[in-house]
Design a protein around this ligand. Structure first.
Ligand code: GLV
Ligand code: MG
Length: 296
């Protein structure tokens, strides 16, 4: 019931074309996300469910694939969960959208426990009620490993623009709740496919609040998100010096490169070094994005 590691990007594919289902992994996303919810029109829900379930039965838990089902407050959500249970499909992660109360996550956990003991759950927080209840949702059950912010739904429900400032309270609240519960926080998709700089800037700002990944809606967003999450060479170098000079097992205050460093900053330096990925020395990806969502 652990999330794939690393878990910086979930690349969404509406579950409508089975030939595309593993593409997310080919383009370097950490997790491929088969969507049964808002990426699938109501008339195609049954077809998408069948394609996703068949694919997940074929791949087993071998591949880092997640599935976003419909809300369990809808008939489609109930159908999704029954289809998963009855088919024996083994996604690594099940994402539940529009969660507004811990009981929804607990219901999903109880339904999945006998047949899918290993699957990790993630809750998408994207309604005002969900934001209000996020502290309780994040610790609803052990199997819930992370929470995801859904800015598109939240901005629509609030009737406000989908820009940084109106979403700032919800993002901060979600990041704080995730830290409180020891779960990861994954940021909302960035919807302007023609603005790679905006995507990178949003990832940097969300990361600064505590988010450790983002939903990607186009293959070319994946590298940009990974790049934005990479600690800079200067930050890594400073973290190494902090550990070399201040992590002496005795605690107390040291001066490293002109900065006072005590236990919280030693812990922060360890976090920086733990976040360095094996591919972090690769060339940065160019900030360019192609045309259509889901293309690869
Ligand atoms: C994602 O589901 C969103 O609403 O932003
Ligand atoms: Mg949504």
């Amino acid at each position: 019931m652990f999330l794939p590691n690393p878990c910086r990007t979930f690349l969404v594919t509406p579950a409508l074309d089975a030939s595309r289902f593993d593409k997310a992994l080919d383009v370097g996303a950490d997790v491929g996300l088969l969507d049964l919810e808002d990426g699938v029109p109501p008339a195609l829900k049954a077809q998408a469910r069948q394609l996703a379930v068949e694919h997940l039965c074929r791949t087993g838990a071998r591949l880092p694939l997640a599935v976003r089902i419909n809300s369990l407050r809808t008939a489609d959500g109930l159908r999704d969960i029954l289809a998963l249970l009855e088919s024996g499909a083994r996604p690594r992660v099940v994402m539940l959208p529009k969660v507004e109360a811990p009981a929804e996550v607990q219901q999903l956990e109880e339904l999945l426990a006998p047949r899918m003991p290993d699957v990790a759950l993630m809750a998408i927080i994207e309604t005002p009620r969900g934001v209000e209840a996020v502290d309780a949702i994040v610790t609803a059950c052990e199997r819930l490993r992370g929470i995801i912010f859904g800015a598109a739904d939240l901005s629509a429900q609030l009737g406000v623009p989908l820009t940084w400032e109106p979403m700032f309270y919800a993002r901060s609240r979600i990041a704080m709740a995730a830290a409180l519960g020891g779960r990861c926080a994954i940021d909302s998709p960035f919807f302007d496919l023609g603005d790679p700089q905006g995507l990178a800037a949003e990832m940097l700002r969300a990361h600064a609040l505590g988010f450790t990944g983002k939903i990607a809606i186009h293959p070319q967003q994946v590298g940009i998100i990974h790049e934005a999450l990479k600690p800079s060479a200067r930050v890594v170098d400073h973290a190494r010096r902090v550990l070399a000079q201040a992590d002496d097992g005795k605690g107390g205050i040291h001066v490293v490169g002109g900065n006072m460093v005590g236990p919280p900053l030693v812990a922060a330096a360890k976090r920086v070094l733990a976040s360095v990925q094996p591919d972090d020395d690769d060339e940065p990806v160019p900030l360019r994005i192609g045309s259509r969502a889901g293309e690869s």
